[in-house]
Design a protein around this ligand. Structure first.
Ligand code: ARG
Ligand code: ZN
Ligand code: CA
Length: 252
C-alpha cells in the first residue's frame, strides 16, 4: 500500500490513412500526460483559483503500456489495424474485428482505441459496469497526445484524461442537464447549468453557485485542453471506489 494504483494500457490504433497511424512517440506523449494528470504532477494546477486549491487532490493512479499481451507474449502495448472505414462514430464498431480491433481482456487492460472520429467528436468512454466487448475509451487521432497529429486547442492530451475520468465513473460537472437539476454525484464540485467551452474567465456564475461559480477548470468540463487542470478530492474518492470495486481486477 501507499504506492500508486497501476493500470495496464493497450492502445489500439485503427487507421485508414497513414496520418491516422500515429507514431509510438505520440502514444507515449499521451501516457506521459495521463501520468502527470492522474499523479497531480501537472504544473498548470497552479492556475486553480485560490478558493479551490484545497480541493485539488492527487488520484495517485498511473498508466503503463502493457508489456505482456493476453497470450503471455512480450508486447509494446500498441496494436495497429488498417481499416476501410474513413471515420467512426459512437456506435462502437471500431471495437469489432470486422472493421476495427476487438479489445484485449477488459478486466486486465484499459483498452484505448485511437481512430478518426467524425462529427467533431473528440472522444467517448464507457462507464463501469457495461458490456466487456465495448469497455474502454475511444479518442480521435487529432486529440491524442501532444505531438504528431494532435491539433490545438486539444493537443495537450486532456481528452484522454477526461474520458478516463468517465471510465472511472466520473460524470460531467454540470450533471448533463441544462437546467441546474442534474448532478455529478460529487459534493465538492459546484452545480453548474451546462458545459463551458474555450478558455473561460473566473468566475463564471450559474445555478446560484456564486461567488465562485462553475469549476470550469475541472477535467470533467468541456473547456480547451490548456484550460482544464484539476480533479477534486471527492471526484478522486469516486474513482478510487471504482478501482476498489467494479474495476478492481484492473489494478496491480
Ligand atoms: N467527450 C467530449 C467530446 O468529445 C470530450 C471533451 C474533452 N475536452 C477537451 N478539452 N479535451 O466533446
Ligand atoms: Zn465527457
Ligand atoms: Ca457537484
Amino acid at each position: 500500500s501507499g504506492g500508486p494504483m497501476v493500470i495496464k494500457v493497450v492502445v489500439h490504433v485503427v487507421y485508414n490513412t497513414t496520418a491516422q497511424n500515429i507514431s509510438t512517440a505520440q502514444i507515449k506523449s499521451q501516457i506521459s500526460v495521463l501520468n502527470r494528470d492522474f499523479g497531480a504532477k501537472n504544473t498548470d494546477k497552479s492556475k486553480v483559483p485560490p478558493v479551490w486549491k484545497g480541493l485539488v487532490g492527487n488520484p495517485n493512479i498511473q498508466f503503463q503500456l502493457a508489456t505482456v499481451d493476453p497470450d503471455g507474449k512480450k508486447t509494446t502495448g500498441i496494436t495497429r489495424t488498417k481499416t476501410q472505414r474513413t471515420s467512426f462514430g459512437t456506435n462502437d464498431t471500431v471495437k469489432t474485428s470486422a472493421v476495427g480491433k476487438a479489445p484485449w481482456p477488459t478486466d486486465r487492460y484499459l483498452n484505448i482505441w485511437v481512430c478518426n472520429l467524425g462529427g467533431g467528436l473528440l472522444g467517448y468512454a464507457q462507464f463501469p459496469g457495461g458490456p466487456a466487448a465495448t469497455d474502454g475509451v475511444v479518442i480521435t487521432y487529432r486529440a491524442f497526445g501532444t505531438s504528431g497529429t494532435a491539433v490545438a486547442p486539444f493537443n495537450l492530451g486532456r481528452t484522454a484524461t477526461h474520458e478516463i475520468g468517465h471510465y472511472l465513473n466520473l460524470r460531467h460537472i454540470w450533471g448533463d442537464t441544462e437546467d441546474c437539476s442534474g448532478t455529478d454525484f460529487v459534493k465538492d464540485t459546484p452545480n453548474a447549468v451546462g458545459p463551458n467551452y474555450g478558455k473561460p474567465t473566473f468566475p463564471h456564475i450559474s445555478c446560484t453557485n456564486g461567488p465562485n461559480g462553475d469549476m470550469f477548470m475541472n477535467y470533467m468540463d468541456y473547456v480547451d485542453d490548456d484550460a482544464m487542470f484539476m480533479f477534486t478530492l471527492e471526484q478522486i474518492a469516486r474513482m478510487h471506489a471504482t478501482l476498489e470495486d467494479v474495476r478492481s481486477s484492473l489494478v496491480s
